[in-house]
Design a protein around this ligand. Structure first.
Ligand SMILES: [Cu+2]
Length: 406
């Protein structure tokens, strides 16, 4: 291994079983504030790259998700979010129609410093009403964003302006408070930096939003009613299109996970031991830290992990639910589609939710057609979810009747 090769520990974020090798653009932080401007910067300024610090604090990097810059109105930091349809590339060639904010799903990352007063202008460019909830924020109820309780829904073409002072610190997020809009992608990270930096300080700070989607064959629109999901994305990307988190050997690293979907995700890091240092309610007391390598990130939760990058190499980071380790349930596509079963466009709610009408998954009628094949049955199609060398390629079809003992 060359010296330069050893200098870097490369973290590969993967939702599937293949190693990602592409390096990543890392996101940056806010534009310098422009005093006296109450209204948001134009889109070009919002997308502009930033340097590596944020008001003296280390900025959180959210690969593949832009930062949201702000303008100033006196002491108030003014952010502008536009709820709108987004075309999100989960993988090259898989362009999915989702909903998000400012052209991104998840929405752009907001960073503030504990004690800041913020104004959040939310415009609704969706074809239906929406509202914005500030998850876990200790703010007045009329700013909590619950339609029918705290405010009227924001109609299509409408605007609602939220404004409050934030005394908390930690990993938070914003999301639409319409459940089916949550399942269309409407969430974004909201980082509250503490007035005094956490100890020990980290050298790299990353944020990852976990989302899952049910996208039926030949569709580009997620089925938000489905109870079964076939895509897991990290910051809107499925492995191997996820961007590796690049750190130097010896650096202290923080990764902030946020999860909004129908499943909890046990996020597992290879080759390293970490400590859970924070939840969706801020920093955890050091007395509660314990060594782990898998952290369960429940729905609507945030978990911060920290570790010292002591070991050079490409280390996989993935949800350990076996189905969530596959892209698009790739190893099941062949047998399912060959047998003519599985979720299909235009079917009823039960099928869409993975509920079977013709007996259970292990029943005589469904058993052979659901789940993966073994390569032995006549209708099996050898499938794989990664390129393999010829010697490891799936075997050709067997005639099961000619196998020994049959
Ligand atoms: Cu998972």
């Amino acid at each position: 291994m060359s010296h330069s090769r050893r200098e870097f520990v490369r973290k590969s974020l993967l939702g599937a079983g293949a190693m990602a090798s592409a390096t990543a653009g890392l996101r940056a932080q806010h534009m310098p504030a422009m005093s006296g401007m109450a209204m948001p910067a134009p889109p070009a300024a919002r997308a502009a790259p930033h340097s590596d610090t944020h008001s003296g604090f280390l900025s959180v990097q959210t690969p593949d998700v832009p930062a949201l810059s702000y303008t100033r109105d006196g002491e108030v930091k003014v952010f502008h979010l536009v709820a709108e349809p987004v075309k999100q590339s989960f993988l090259p060639g898989s362009i999915i129609d989702v909903w998000g904010y400012n052209g991104s799903a998840p929405g752009p990352t907001i960073e503030i410093v504990q004690g800041d007063r913020v104004r959040l202008v939310v415009d609704n460019h969706l074809p239906e009403a929406t509202s914005m909830h500030w998850h876990g924020f200790e703010i007045p109820p009329d700013m909590d964003g619950i339609p029918g309780v705290d405010q009227d829904p924001i109609p299509p073409g409408g605007r609602f302006v939220y404004e409050f002072t934030l005394h908390q610190e930690g990993t938070y997020f914003y999301h639409s408070h319409m459940p089916m809009q949550e399942m269309m992608g409407m969430i974004g990270l909201f980082i509250m930096h503490p007035r005094q930096p956490y100890r020990p300080r980290v050298d790299k700070d990353f944020g990852l939003v976990l989302q899952e989607w049910a996208i039926l064959p030949n569709n580009t629109i997620p089925n938000s009613l489905s109870m079964e999901f076939n895509w897991l994305t990290l910051n809107g990307k499925a492995g191997p299109a996820t961007t590796p988190l690049i750190v130097k050997l010896g650096e202290r690293v923080r990764i902030r996970f946020v999860n909004l979907g129908m499943d909890h995700h046990p996020m597992h890091l290879h080759g390293n031991t970490f400590y859970v240092t924070g939840t969706e309610a801020g920093r955890a007391p050091q007395s509660t830290w314990r060594p782990e390598n898998t952290v369960l990130v429940g729905v609507a939760q945030a978990r911060d992990i920290e570790f010292d990058a002591k070991y050079a190499g490409d280390w996989m980071l993935h949800c350990h639910l076996p189905h969530h380790m596959m892209n698009h349930m790739a190893s099941m596509v062949g047998p399912l589609s060959m047998a003519g079963h599985g979720m299909q466009t235009g079917k009823g709610m039960e099928e869409g939710m993975g509920m079977l009408r013709e007996g259970g998954a292990l029943s005589e009628s469904n058993g052979p057609s659901l789940g993966r094949g073994t390569g032995l049955a006549a209708f099996d199609t050898p499938t794989t979810n990664m390129p393999l060398p010829k010697s490891a390629a799936p075997a050709p079809q067997h005639d099961i009747s000619k196998m020994p003992g049959m």
